[in-house]
Write a protein of this length. Sequence first.
Length: 337
Amino acid sequence: MDALQKIADAVLYEGYILWPYRRSAMKNRQRWTFGGVHPEGWTRSGHLDDACAMQTQVLVEGGDDAAVEVGVRFLHVVARRVSRQGPGGLEEVDELTVDGERHLSWEEATEREVGVGRVALASLDSLRRVEIDVPAGAEEEDLMSADGARAGAVRRSWLELAGALDLHAERLGPRLWRLTARIANTTPWPGGGREDALERTFCSTHTVVKAAAAAELVSLTDPPEELRAEAERCENVGTWPVLVGEEGERHTLLSSPIILSDYPQIAPESPGDLFDGGEIDQMLVLNILSLTDEEKEEMRASDPKTREILERTEALSNDEMMGLHGAIREFQAVRAE
């Protein structure tokens, strides 16, 4: 997995589920708090803080043949419902244990992506629209007991999503462009509460812009002095664009709902994603290992991703544990005044 993919995935799943990684935890009662692009009807029904659009604007240096690729990724909430096999068929329950394995009703998420391949900036002088159309769907998994009988089922379902990614490029000079990528959620809104809205939301949305060989992206965090004025005119709504890759490269930009610096990195000592970038990996790992057997059982049953965290953590070697105990990235001289 390359550096961009690691950073983008960390952003996509930041806050997906937080320590103590259990459904019953108070901090996991309200999820999907980063990068939400909500149904327009929900936003306009008095929830203006829940935006229905996100916009990325960046500067691109390049001539007539300058081109980019643009992609948008987000999470789509999936309802997971557990049912028990009864005399009259399946009966929905909050939880079910089959042969010692516990299954809980809750919410998961699946990844969605929309975008365009290589496109010349000169061709984006008029608006280009990419439609988002995700149909509703469902899948069912039987839960079988050791004797081969059907004990129940897990049903995963998701609602339709609709919206659009709009792309536009404005020429600012012989070798300078302003690229705009705007994603909007037009999913029909029938009414309801926040949980209903989230099922129709583009959650944890972020945009990736890649420049072709004839083009280079401009840092908006630290632009060259001659481009600073134009960089300050870029309007980014609900997102924060930063360069990614090796220091000094200007070919890829991640526009994230979380504030990052240019060229963010995942710590090489990290054993894997813990969905909580505001905490320290070592602390989270030690906290996981200190859970009671009952708490671990709930963590294992809360979500497939939390099960993976638990199993990965319990499999860490002593050397891997010690590797989490602090790291010095670089020394910097401090000049006395």
